[in-house]
Design a protein around this ligand. Structure first.
Ligand SMILES: [Zn+2]
Ligand SMILES: [Zn+2]
Length: 318
């Protein structure tokens, strides 16, 4: 099968053996896969992943139990042991022995087929198109913010970064009725939020008075945390969504002096993401700027890094 493979800091499209599902796994034929900033970071060395890239997909189960066979699915990326202290205390996403699809110790979804634990798969309701379903994983990550921080209508909330994840986080947080502002650089993505009546500004126009209750960093850059600390009020919360191959050289003194809560935030609830997609509460389709065949994957990865593009999708198999 064709696949995009990362090896020694380089990506290549090549033939790979088809995966054989292990006990408890299903075989999924991948229809569409989404390129995310994490994929671009992995090529630059983040997480040290070697092998097939990609973790956002929608596909059909072609081999597995009758419950899922023939069903259209999306999949959670953390493959867990079910027995360690994290798994048994309800924190399976933090399993001590986990592998992560296309990120750590497990082949990804930029391939015609992927083997996944059955328990990771979520059936996609018929009312959700493939174009929408492929956003389930990053949208779930956006919903995770609401699981971690209680956001009330009276609160001042800023989302930093209006890239792929920032656009989703801003739309999810807009549902809280809080005083939300999205801060970005790219006129194209700022426009997209303007049309959804989400207040936007550019970083240069933002006056930092340290009066935001919650600041969510989706910049994907180490400087994001610094900006967030300039905006957050004393005793406020900074949520860090950025994963980055570069180290942030940053003075954490303001964090101490202002008693700021710093929260890391990663994967989230697929159920909430799928029901938001089914109810058309979040608009993902307008984020798609290009669809390309898997064989043109290297060009697709290049395009995904350009500011003119938001979401680039890989068409894998019909
Ligand atoms: Zn991702
Ligand atoms: Zn575990």
């Amino acid at each position: 099968m064709r696949a995009i493979v990362v090896e020694g800091g380089k990506a290549a499209v090549r033939d790979e053996p088809e995966p054989t599902p292990s006990e408890g796994e299903v075989l999924v034929k991948v229809h569409l896969a989404g390129i995310c900033s994490t994929d671009l970071e992995i090529i630059r060395g983040y997480a040290g992943h070697q092998g097939i890239l990609g973790h956002e997909f929608v596909g059909t189960v072609v081999e597995g139990t009758p419950k899922l066979k023939g069903k259209r699915v999306v999949g959670e990326i953390n493959c867990v042991c079910g027995r360690c202290d994290m798994c048994t205390s309800g924190l399976a996403a933090h399993c001590r022995r986990r592998t992560v699809v296309g990120i750590s110790g497990r082949p990804g979804v930029f391939a015609e087929y992927v083997a996944l634990p059955e328990q990771n798969c979520h059936e996609v309701p018929e009312t959700i198109t493939n174009d929408e379903a492929v956003f389930a994983e990053p949208l779930a990550a956006a919903y995770q913010v609401l699981r971690q921080v209680k956001i009330e209508p009276r609160m001042n909330v800023a989302v930093l970064g209006t890239g792929r994840l920032g656009l989703l986080v801003a739309q999810v947080l807009a549902q809280t009725g809080s005083k939300l502002i999205a801060v970005g650089r790219n006129p194209k993505t700022l426009n997209l939020l303007d049309r959804k009546r989400i207040r936007t500004t550019t970083a240069n126009d933002l006056t930092s008075k340290q009066d935001y209750d919650v600041v969510v960093d989706c910049t994907g850059a180490p400087e994001g945390l610094k900006t967030a600390m300039n905006l957050v009020r004393p005793r406020g919360t900074v949520v860090l969504k950025t994963t980055c191959h570069a180290d942030a050289a940053i003075d954490l003194t303001p964090l101490v002096v202002n008693e700021v809560t710093l929260l890391g935030s990663r994967c989230g609830p697929f159920g909430e993401a799928l029901s938001a997609l089914a109810r058309k509460q979040v608009d993902v389709a307008s984020m798609i700027t290009r669809r390309m065949p898997l064989d043109d994957g290297l060009d697709a990865l290049k395009l995904a890094a350009e500011p003119d593009h938001i979401k680039v999708l890989l068409k894998v198999v019909e």
